[in-house]
Design a protein around this ligand. Structure first.
Ligand code: GLA
Length: 391
């Protein structure tokens, strides 16, 4: 995928306000998960696709041990910090994602002399499109290249994930970082978050467009109920393990096992486990549908995931429900669901290319009628993973 010239220009301009050095430029996409919602931290199966927008970052080494970070999204919050002072919990600000990635990379691959970094994104932030994992991925990828490493994808995923878990402090699974680092153009990643086995399934941009529609309701992952959902799953697993000690994660709980044990779980935990079981089944059915090129069947599963997120996992909002319904109702839309953790943010829809114009008119109109809110559709194609950008 060609990184837009405007994004490159903006990144280079921001960098030039920081340093006269010639930087190296890197890009990483965002992602939308299509099936396998909230199962990565339950050892489950996920199906994300990388989006053709993301984060561009310019990096140059400097002497003196200082890390200087600038972001076009936070022009009034420059960060200058000695690299030796990076540690988890140091900041809750925007720079935590870059700092975390560099902290992990340095520990694995050795120290930088100092670094100047300018970050620009054309991906909306805090909307469930993984703008944070996109920053982590671009920083780890850049660090590997700057330190002369041949970057092994699994190692990069580990560092980007540790940045989020340890440095930023969000207990997310591996989905976002893996989705971005392993992405291939015109395909969807089918990842087993337990075994880390993976397959790239066809999702051809000529046959399907990815529409992202913003509900306009802001979410904030770190302060949301995300960690609470993780804790609920941990509790449910502990109760099930007392009866079936061999089970190591909720993904291992088959429907028949659950039905035999469900009365031991409080109702809220029953709903969480039912969601995870349903997602595992839907993801397997979705892989079969994509292998036979059946986008209609795949899309129906995506829409059923939304219903499960609404009713069983309880991470939707009235606005996301209205938007998903409006999208699903347009002829040529294969399916739609909320993307990311939920609690606000965006809906992702799979749409036939010929139906995009109609979709772009009808969904905002229906959403306005249902909620009084304005929105528009952003269009993407299935993108590849991180890359160095020639300048
Ligand atoms: C967030 C987390 C991911 C994943 C999704 C829900 O994006 O960062 O690890 O749990 O929510 O599927």
């Amino acid at each position: 995928m060609a990184v837009p010239r405007s994004l490159i220009g903006q990144t280079m301009q921001l960098f030039s306000s920081l340093s006269g050095e010639r930087p190296r430029l890197f890009f990483a996409p965002g992602r939308a998960n299509l099936l396998g919602a909230h199962v990565d931290y339950n050892g489950g199966l996920v199906m994300p696709v990388a989006l053709s927008k993301g984060t561009c970052a310019a990096f140059a080494a400097r002497a003196g041990g200082l890390l200087r970070l600038r972001s076009s999204n936070f022009p009034d919050q420059p960060v200058d910090v000695p690299l030796a002072e990076l540690r988890p919990g140091r900041t809750q600000g925007w720079s935590a994602y870059v700092e975390g990635a560099l902290w992990c990379s340095q520990r694995a691959w050795g120290p930088f002399p100092g670094l100047d970094v300018a970050v620009c994104a054309d991906l909306p932030m805090a909307k469930g499109l993984s703008s944070s994992a996109s920053i982590e991925a671009v920083a780890v990828y850049a660090a590997a290249h700057l330190l002369g490493r041949a970057p092994d994808p699994d190692e990069m995923i580990r560092h980007a994930h540790e940045a989020e878990n340890v440095y930023v402090g969000v207990r997310c699974g591996i989905l976002d970082q893996a989705a971005i680092i392993l992405a291939r153009e015109n395909s969807l990643l089918y990842l087993d978050c337990l075994e880390l086995t993976r397959e790239h399934l066809p999702l051809d941009g000529a046959r399907v467009r990815i529409g992202i529609i913003d509900s306009g309701v802001q979410r904030n992952l770190a302060t949301s109920a995300f960690n609470q959902r993780v804790a609920e799953c941990t509790r449910a697993l502990a109760i099930i393990q007392e009866q079936v000690p061999g089970i190591t994660c909720l993904r291992d709980v088959h429907r028949s096992t659950y039905e035999a044990l469900q009365d031991l779980l409080p109702p809220v935990l029953q709903r969480r486990v039912q969601h995870v079981i349903g997602e595992t089944e839907r993801t397997q059915a979705g892989a079969a549908a994509l292998r036979r090129g059946d986008l209609a069947a795949f899309g129906q599963l995506v829409s059923r995931t939304h219903l499960s997120l609404k009713e069983l996992y309880e991470v939707s909002t009235p606005e996301l429900d209205a938007l998903a319904l409006a999208a699903q109702a347009v002829p040529g839309c294969y399916g739609a669901r909320l993307t990311g953790a939920g609690f606000g943010g965006c809906v992702v829809a799979l749409v036939q290319p010929g139906a995009c114009d109609d979709f772009g008119r009808r969904v905002p109109a229906a959403y306005k009628e249902a909620t009084g809110r304005e929105t528009e559709v952003m269009w993407f194609t299935p993108a590849g993973g991180p890359s160095e950008v020639a300048i």
